[in-house]
Design a protein around this ligand. Structure first.
Ligand code: 2AM
Ligand code: CA
Length: 270
């Protein structure tokens, strides 16, 4: 395993600091399910508390870096310095319903010599399983100290594919249905687990063979995209280009399945 960079140590420490409270709050949610008001307000508090812990820790370590966070939006810092992109609780709906599938996602985005910005460090941390999916640019993707590779399956017929389904007030259901109609009959199965950060981490880990979703936010995907790339996979928009964020389309898989999925999607959207 390569040695961790200083900045990785910072983001992992922040995630591990926020995790115990999230675990306790998750256990609490399971008791609240029976109350009529339901746990929605409680979960939104848990979400905010986790974000506060992360922001405190990250600001303490790097006071002049900006932070883009799901709850609090942009906290301005030195524009020439890197930026943290954080999601304190990806999979909020799962958390709210007592379903044990959610994660903390933290990415570091750095300004490059060419004026562009690039994700260089990524962590998707699953508090309930204590699994730390992490990557640093050029150093590979890892689960704890085990190297990750995207799956080596080549046939759609063997592939298990993750997606996100548009929901109340979000996304383009017509487009999603067209893609689903083209992909589902060709593959071994489709899963909708409700955390885009974990979906991408699991593509990096070879648990899923591919993933597509649209209408995501930067904090949902910033860390997961670097994980997939460092695990040897591809992440593109639905046209196969690199404008994922601008077009808000994400298609991830190993090289062979990526090109097969891309063909199916292109056909469906024609
Ligand atoms: P969140 O849990 O941080 O909100 C999966 O489709 C992605 O969409 C997740 O990463 C999730 O991030 C986001 N999302 C927001 N609201 C959702 C909902 N009601 N159901 C499923 N996903 C939702
Ligand atoms: Ca999210």
């Amino acid at each position: 395993m390569p040695s961790h960079s200083g900045i990785f140590t910072v983001i992992e420490r922040a995630a591990r600091k926020a995790a115990p409270r999230l675990r306790r709050d998750f256990n609490e949610v399971q008791h609240l399910q029976v109350s009529r008001k339901g746990p929605a307000d409680f979960v939104s508090m848990a979400d905010k508390r986790a974000e506060e812990t992360l922001v405190d820790e990250l600001r303490r370590a790097r006071p002049d870096w900006s932070i883009l966070a799901e709850e609090g939006g942009e906290i301005a810092g030195d524009p020439n310095k890197p930026r943290f992109i954080i999601d304190p609780l990806d999979g909020t709906s799962n958390f709210l319903h007592g379903i044990p599938h959610f994660a903390i996602s933290i990415a570091v985005e750095e300004p490059m010599a060419n004026g562009k910005r690039e994700i260089t460090t990524a962590l998707v941390y699953q508090p309930l399983t204590d699994e730390s999916f992490w990557a640093e640019k050029g150093k590979g993707a890892w689960l704890q100290d085990a190297r990750l590779r995207v799956s080596s399956r080549r046939d759609l017929a063997d592939a298990l594919i993750a997606t996100g389904i548009p929901f109340l007030g979000h996304g383009n259901f017509t487009q999603w249905s067209r893609i689903f109609g083209a992909v589902a009959p060709e593959v071994a199965g489709i899963r909708r687990l409700g955390s885009a950060a974990l979906d991408l981490a699991w593509v990096a880990a070879g648990r899923f063979d591919g993933f597509w979703e649209s209408d995501l936010q930067p904090w949902d995907v910033a860390a997961g995209m670097l994980l997939v790339k460092e695990a040897g996979g591809f992440v593109t928009d639905f046209r196969g280009g690199d404008r994922t964020m601008e077009r808000n389309e994400f298609l991830a898989a190993n090289d062979v399945l990526h090109s097969k999925l891309h063909k199916l999607i292109a056909g469906a959207l024609r």
